[in-house]
Design a protein around this ligand. Structure first.
Ligand code: MN
Length: 353
């Protein structure tokens, strides 16, 4: 870069920071005129991560200032007071919320309020065009048909919530996505208090304080506008953290693992044009399939679909071994081993469900 361009770049950076009215007002706004003091305690008020006016025109500046500086700050202050002197003191909200009972009203309201809003600020972004990860998109399509159908369902939950509350997308203990809504500051982490417990990955505040200055009674307009602000990268990150770890199927069902070893050590060479492994080990494969069919199927996998597929695998493996002994052609062998490989993956897929 030459000297002239270097100067030009620095001047334009300077201009962007000090002369741009939006940046100027954003800086002014960081001294939020509506903020109440936050008292010291275990819990603190997180920064928004963007300027109070960054979500305009969908959410107006003053709503953000009051929502963050007064409402959220009050939840933090009251939560610090509420946990003081209780066994919950020093614990995280992820530990506290699932353990709450209907006697813990103050921690329920303010702990929920702090958790929900901390999550909400991160779910909103001025960035345009964020997208869901491939894994989240797949899970959304499986559960709701499409992203648009999901948005409609969440908006409908929010519209139907009488009074104050939240609309949610969450991951259930079965690993599947679901939508729900909760009253007040409840959320799906409150296992003992909500109808549908789970790990929330997207929450929309439908309290009037979230939209009333701009939208007044038109909650549905707010619920349409908010989709312009959702950060799907953040939702994807939360999904990744919330979904249960992949089952170790071969660890749970060693006989299936033993079959898998022979299958992968014969099928993949065959794909590369090497038929020696399958011709040498077709008997071993048939034996492993027979052992598998006679094994104690783990309770998680013991269902008619899997039993049927295992039977087909065993029959197919014996049939393949017979043809190998009769000097079957490479083309025929490719066909039958590929079919067997498909049945094997059908079983693995069923086990993952
Ligand atoms: Mn709120």
């Amino acid at each position: 870069m030459n000297k002239r361009n270097f100067l030009k770049m620095n001047l334009s950076l300077l201009g962007a920071v000090f002369l741009n009215p939006a940046t100027f007002w954003a800086r002014r706004a960081s001294g939020n005129p509506f903020a109440i003091p936050v008292t010291a305690g275990n819990f603190t008020l997180p920064e928004l991560g963007y300027a109070f006016d960054a979500l305009e025109p969908h959410i107006d500046t003053m709503t953000m200032q009051i929502h963050h500086g007064k409402h959220h700050a009050a939840y933090v202050n009251n939560l610090n007071k509420a946990v003081d002197g209780t066994p919950f003191n020093g614990k995280t909200l992820e530990e506290i919320l699932p353990a709450l009972t209907d006697k813990d009203t103050a921690i329920r309201n303010n702990g929920g309020g702090h958790f929900n809003h901390s999550m909400f600020w991160k779910l909103l972004t001025p960035k345009k065009g964020t997208t869901a990860s491939a894994e989240l998109s797949q899970a959304v399509n499986d559960a709701f048909g499409s992203l648009d159908a999901l948005k409609t369902q969440i908006s409908n939950e929010g519209k139907a919530r009488f009074g104050s509350g939240w609309a949610w997308l969450a991951v259930g203990s079965d690993g599947k996505l679901f939508v729900s809504s909760t009253p007040n500051q409840d959320n799906p982490l409150m296992t003992g208090l909500v109808a549908k417990p789970g790990k929330p990955i997207l929450g929309i505040d439908v309290w009037e304080h979230a939209y009333y200055l701009k939208y007044q009674n038109k909650r549905d307009e707010y619920l349409n506008a908010i989709w312009n602000l959702i950060d799907w990268e953040e939702v994807s990150r939360l999904y990744q953290a919330a979904k249960p770890p992949r089952k170790n199927i071969f660890g749970m069902w060693p006989e299936l693992g033993a079959f898998h070893t022979v299958m992968s050590e014969t099928f993949h060479p065959m794909e590369e044009g090497d038929f020696k492994p399958i011709r040498a080990r077709s008997g071993e494969m048939a034996d492993k399939a027979k052992t598998l069919a006679k094994s104690n199927i783990p309770a998680d996998f013991n269902n008619p679909k899997i039993l049927d597929a295992v039977k087909r695998l065993s029959k197919g493996s014996s049939a393949l071994h017979k043809t190998v002994k009769k000097q079957v052609s490479d083309a025929e062998l490719t066909k039958s081993l590929t079919a067997l490989h498909d049945v094997f993956h059908e079983i693995v897929g069923l086990c993952r469900e």
